[in-house]
Write a protein that binds this ligand. Sequence first.
Ligand code: HH2
Length: 279
Amino acid sequence: MGQSIPVVQEPIEQRFPRPSVMGVVNVTPDSFSDGGVNFEPQAAVASARRMYAEGAAIVDVGGESTRPGSAGVEADEELRRVVPVLEGLAGEVPVSIDTSKAEVARRALELGAELVNDVTALRGDGELAGVVAGSGAHLCLMHMQGEPRTMQSDPRYEDVVSEVAAFLEERLAFAVAAGVREELVCLDPGIGFGKTVEHNFELLRRLDELTALGRPVVIGFSRKSSLGKLLGDPQATTGSVAASVGAAVAAYERGATILRAHDVREHVEALAAARAALA
Ligand code: HH2
């Protein structure tokens, strides 16, 4: 397999002005809110093109669900899912690859992906840090307590915000020590990854403690079950579009830079209004 050509990327702050929307395209049969919708490559490519036309700054393509309870897929299967989509978007739509696997990231970067979004924050695959550093790509480091199979069984923290902040600070230092330029890294508290409804909202309420780490913050509250639970359904597995938009606007006002969302048009429009009010 060939090497991806290192490109000189702009710092995250320049490439993704506040607020920027990251569209979500899950090429999976089982993602928690859009599973199956974009499983066919043509459908995924069409969704990604639409999201870009609707104002997404980048589209996050993933071939493995990390929903609560999921077991994960092998690299071969993940590649089989995402490669046709990346080929269909190459040179046309800016792409981020949602993966924890070095092999998948390497291929995606060869096909033009500009950001690696790793929900394990470089803890999952020992080779991923080197792949990202060597490519000069942007990197998103996300917090998760436990692993997807069990993470929602009984998440506990002494103080969720300071623990997430300490974790992200440590993973940022790890990435930089591995050769990733700090200005290319953004940080994500991992809404719903080993967290209760209260933990998730505490993270939004005290988002300034995460922006204080000095890196742009990504928030992915879109359609997450905490929103459905907040609105009164204790068994909810998803949340509404309206609640997602509300959470994204609140996150933006509290300092988030990139909002990861399935319903791009609604988020872009709401954030444009919020931005005008804040400017
Ligand atoms: N959430 C999901 C997946 N990847 N990456 C970042 N950086 N932040 C997030 O909050 C985040 C993420 C889960 O959502 P989704 O992709 O819609 O579902 P699934 O993991 O079931 O495919």
